[in-house]
Design a protein around this ligand. Structure first.
Ligand code: BTN
Length: 324
């Protein structure tokens, strides 16, 4: 895989010689890469090449590119090629000490988990699958709003990379041109008063191979989009730099959260609101609310104008009316 990452053509013989295996073993490995969603072209009698070059994730590169204060609080940062889910892996590891963090990134997840029991689909190297665990000695008072704050963290990092025109769909889907680039799953475990651990799992599409768009579309929910479309000149993304920026930005928000809460981010969230003024339906807890989205409350709730009254929604899956 490392050899093919340059996107150039490599003959079966040179790959076999380089790895000290047979050409048929190479052929099997190529089949394995395709099953992980990688597009590997076969050029008859000439060899194999990736559909596009791939910058593989590198824990040392990411660690060295972190903001200084973030680096100092790192308990552990791992890059794995294949895992069931980066968030599930973190949940199996011991929690970080209060004030410290631990992160896992994967090139491919066999069982990526989304909100509301959905799956998160990605192809090997097509995006970022990142989970960040932090330890809190005491439960932050605004804990339910942490999920919205994490969405803002993703927007800040993507904007710092040059992305423009991003919006947020309550509570934390990051969109460009109405298509979903990134989703965030926040999970909390431990004692409800503390100490507790928060795991922020973020999935981001950098580009979208056709077969991936199809599996995501089959899952229902929003149409998928890719970060590359939101960057000026449709630039290729430096994956390791972006991973470091996301970790540094999310870490800063999580570190400050017990003191600051979501309050300082409310205006920023409202400025990126993808739903305000739109006809929505929210399913959750056996209830359905239908109305016009009217922004968010300071407590992170979604405000919805229904016939006769304004309702604050704290939990649920939002669809735009007129969409499935
Ligand atoms: C959503 O939009 O429903 C949230 C998707 C969150 C996906 C990420 S990918 C990294 C981490 N590991 C998982 O299994 N899920 C999150």
């Amino acid at each position: 895989m490392r050899v093919l990452a340059d996107g150039r053509l490599h003959s079966g013989t040179s790959l076999a010689n380089g790895l000290g295996v047979t050409r048929s073993a190479i052929w099997k490995q190529i089949g394995g890469l395709r099953r992980l969603g990688l597009e590997v072209d076969t050029r008859a009698a000439r060899g194999y090449c990736l559909g596009r070059p791939l910058e593989l994730l590198d824990a040392r590169h990411i660690r060295a590119s972190l903001a200084t204060e973030c680096q100092a609080s790192c308990d552990d940062l791992q890059v794995v090629w294949v895992v069931d889910s980066t968030s599930s892996l973190l949940a199996r590891l011991p929690p970080p000490e209060p004030g410290k963090w631990r992160a896992v990134l994967a090139e491919y997840q066999t069982g990526g988990r989304g909100r509301h029991g959905r799956r998160w689909h990605s192809a090997f190297g097509s995006g970022l699958c990142l989970s960040l665990a932090v330890g809190f000695g005491e439960a932050p008072r605004d804990l339910p709003t942490l999920s919205l704050a994490a969405g803002i963290g993703v927007v800040r990092a993507l904007e710092a990379m040059g992305a423009r025109g991003l919006s947020v769909k309550w509570p934390n889907d990051v969109l460009f041109d109405q298509a979903k680039l990134a989703g965030v799953l926040v999970e909390v475990d431990g004692d409800s008063r503390g100490p507790l651990r928060v795991i922020v799992g973020m999935g981001l599409n950098l580009f979208l191979p056709t077969h991936l768009s199809q599996s995501i579309a089959a899952e229902g929910g929003l149409q998928p989009g890719a970060l590359e479309a939101a960057l000026p000149g449709r630039t290729r993304v430096a994956r390791n730099d972006l991973a470091a920026l996301l970790i540094s930005t999310l870490w800063r928000i999580l570190r400050d959260f017990p003191q600051s809460g979501f309050g300082p981010m409310v205006d920023e969230w409202r400025a990126h609101d993808a739903l305000a003024g739109r006809a929505v339906r929210i399913h959750g807890g056996g209830d359905t609310v239908t109305g016009i989205a009217a922004g968010i409350g300071a407590d992170g709730s979604l405000l919805v104008d229904t016939p006769g009254r304004r309702v604050a929604v704290f939990n649920g899956d939002v669809t735009l009316r007129g969409e499935p």
